[in-house]
Design a binder for this molecule. Structure first.
Ligand SMILES: [Zn+2]
Length: 70
């Protein structure tokens, strides 16, 4: 039987690698880059401000939608 070596493609640097130590990334460096991306994403999400007026309008829209369903 021949041993099948599975290869993976790193989603960060797109390099083909076989070492699964840092799966799904090729190395700790790329894993760190991905982690950094996540932190940036969540920071951006938290920084996004929602207007009270927007919430009111959203609530009204939901209400209206429910009324139309009946
Ligand atoms: Zn990589």
């Amino acid at each position: 039987m021949t041993e099948v070596i599975k290869t993976h493609r790193c989603p960060i640097c797109k390099k083909i690698f076989t070492d699964t130590k840092y799966r799904p990334f090729c190395s700790k460096r790329c894993a760190d880059i991905d982690l950094g991306n996540w932190f940036n994403e969540s920071y951006r999400f938290e920084a996004e401000e929602v207007d009270e007026q927007d919430l009111e309008e959203l609530a009204k829209a939901v209400e209206k939608n429910n009324e139309e369903k009946d």
